[in-house]
Design a protein around this ligand. Structure first.
Ligand code: QV4
Ligand code: CA
Length: 511
């Protein structure tokens, strides 16, 4: 009896760290700013067949409409109400997306913006994605409803009412982040409205949440609304399943607030990951790939089972948030594929792949003054994601997740799931290799000269297709072939001028 009780407690307390992806699906993709109808199509035609576990969607709740600048992507981080009504679609389209994706085993993770409402400088009116009235000056959001009582104005001790010093945890939690009206989450009423919004999404069928601006909420206040969440919808999830929670906390060290303050609520975004990986692959600050031998906790990152990891995110791919110039993005495509490949091959953390839209970057004094530009659109209507004959996306959707090298590494991660990190090799510089037990092996050449070595792969003897330079189709390799001997050894030759200077093989790509 005690054992059952213990297991049930462990089961629930563990649950919010469990991504709730179907067995054998080990990554999610952030389809940033996509419409719900396009996400539903992508689940069915691409994500399910290629083993993606889920989709992080842009905030689905009603947001302010910003005209200056014109419809910036970040207007979706200024809530007006919790109505499921945005440029991505309405509630009916949202429900349709969740059902169709869940039905093919691809789950939905919602970007929940619950620390604040819109900016205090926004003019009152109905200029919102669902036409709801709001009056920031009077703290009136009648569609929730929230009123003056529900904001932190009186609690914030800074002159401006805004966060002025990230060294002061009280300011960071109780003052306005860039002018965004800060909700009083110590109040039961506010907590109940946030829980009501999240439970509406859970009952529809979502699998979890990215909790925006978690650093700006007290962990205890977050626990108070998280504890009110329903179990996941039994149509698609087992009895008692809890929402996967990953909290956006930017902690590169040196601030009053630490990622570990939030471990009790769920996983946390590990921003050190992308910043360090970008520095290593760019070979800045004397960093080199040979140092990746102890990647993960060895580099001072949070415990692997608390980490949500990514190479770039929607903020730092355009200079917002954290990571600076080191962050690799689709603009740096050759190094980016290596970074995403490394992330997906390495066992550390739960992995999220970024999928972006292209915007007209324009640098002045080292800053992209077009960092605000919103999704591809026709007079404000988000453009459909068109699919080209070569399976890439049109209409300025980048679709990194459809790049062969990235798609195949999402599959690689699924194939090696649960296998240990083994057979590390390096040349003391930027040529490295490692395996995942007896199911996968990857080799990188980031030096300025050829890699040519015979390495112990740990894999069964046979001929393998390199899934970076090609695919295994029927019983043929469209790219490089690698022969593994009875002893598990294989010879690898990688030119430093190769289009993609890395090779990855696994047992499901074996002839
Ligand atoms: C400006 C001034 C304020 C002034 C205000 C008056 O800066 O001092 O009080 O006007 O209204 C936009 C503008 C910003 C403007 C604000 C309106 O860029 O200049 O303030 O709107 O108040 C995104 C963008 C922000 C954007 C915000 C709201 O990155 O530029 O602000 O959306 O539209 C920290 C946090 C971390 C955060 C990161 C960006 O710890 O949590 O900054 N990351 C998340 C999201 C991010 C989002 C927010 C948080 C806010 O990932 O995309 O910010 O929800 O590190
Ligand atoms: Ca706050």
């Amino acid at each position: 009896m005690w054992l059952l009780l213990l297991l049930s407690v462990l089961g629930t307390c563990w649950a919010q760290y469990n991504p709730n992806t179907q067995p054998g699906r080990t990554s999610i993709v952030h389809l940033f700013e996509w419409r719900w109808d396009d996400i539903a199509l992508e689940c069915e035609r691409y994500l399910a067949p290629n083993g993606f576990g889920g989709v992080q969607i842009s905030p689905p709740n009603e947001n302010v409409v910003i005209h200056n600048p014109s419809r910036p992507w970040w207007e979706r981080y200024q809530p007006i109400s919790y109505k499921l009504c945005t440029r991505s679609g309405n509630e009916e389209e949202f429900r349709n997306m969740v059902k169709r994706c869940n039905d093919v085993g691809v789950h939905i993770y919602v970007d929940a913006v619950v620390n604040h409402m819109c900016g205090n400088g926004v003019t009152a009116g109905r200029d919102s994605t669902c036409g709801s009235y709001f009056n920031p000056g009077k703290r009136e959001f009648p569609s929730v409803p929230f009123s003056g009582w529900d904001f932190n104005d009186g609690k914030c001790k800074t002159g401006s009412g805004e966060i002025e010093n990230y060294g002061d945890m009280y300011q960071v939690r109780d003052c306005r982040l860039v002018g965004l009206l800060d909700l009083a989450l110590e109040k039961d009423y506010v907590r109940s409205k946030v829980a009501e919004y999240m439970n509406h999404l859970i009952d529809i069928g979502v699998a979890g949440f990215r909790i925006d601006a978690s650093k700006h909420m007290w962990p205890g206040d977050m626990k108070a609304f998280l504890d009110q969440l329903h179990d996941l919808n039994r149509t698609w999830f087992p009895e008692g399943a809890k929402a996967f929670i990953y909290q956006e906390v930017i902690d590169l060290g040196g601030e009053a607030i630490k990622s570990s303050d939030y471990f009790g609520n769920g996983r946390v975004t590990e921003f050190k990951y992308g910043a360090k990986l970008g520095t290593v692959l760019r070979r800045w600050d004397g960093e080199k790939m040979a140092y990746l031998k102890n990647w993960g906790e060895g580099w001072g990152f949070m415990p692997s089972d608390r980490a949500l990891v990514f190479v770039d995110n929607h903020d730092n791919q355009r200079g917002h948030g954290a990571g600076g110039a080191a962050i690799l993005t689709f603009w740096d495509s050759r190094l980016y594929k290596m970074g995403v490949g490394f992330m997906l091959a390495h066992p550390y953390g739960f992995t999220r792949v970024m999928s972006s839209f292209r915007w007209p970057r324009y640098f002045e004094n080292g800053k992209d003054i077009n960092d605000w530009v919103g999704p591809p659109n026709d007079n404000g209507i988000i453009k459909r994601v068109t699919i080209n004959p070569d399976t890439t996306c049109g209409n300025d959707w980048v679709c990194e997740h459809r790049w062969r090298q990235i798609r195949n590494m999402v599959i690689f991660r699924n194939v090696v799931d649960g296998q240990p990190f083994t057979n590390w090799w390096d040349n003391g510089s930027n040529q490295v290799a490692f395996g995942r037990g007896n199911r996968g092996f990857i080799v990188f050449n980031n030096d300025d000269y050829e890699l040519s070595f015979t390495l112990q792969t740990g894999l069964p003897a046979g001929t393998y297709c390199d899934v970076i330079s090609g695919d295994k189709i029927d019983n043929n390799c469209t790219g490089i072939k690698i022969t593994v001997s009875d002893s598990g050894n294989a010879h690898f030759k990688i030119s430093n001028t190769a289009e993609d200077p890395f090779i990855a093989i696994h047992v499901n790509a074996k002839l």
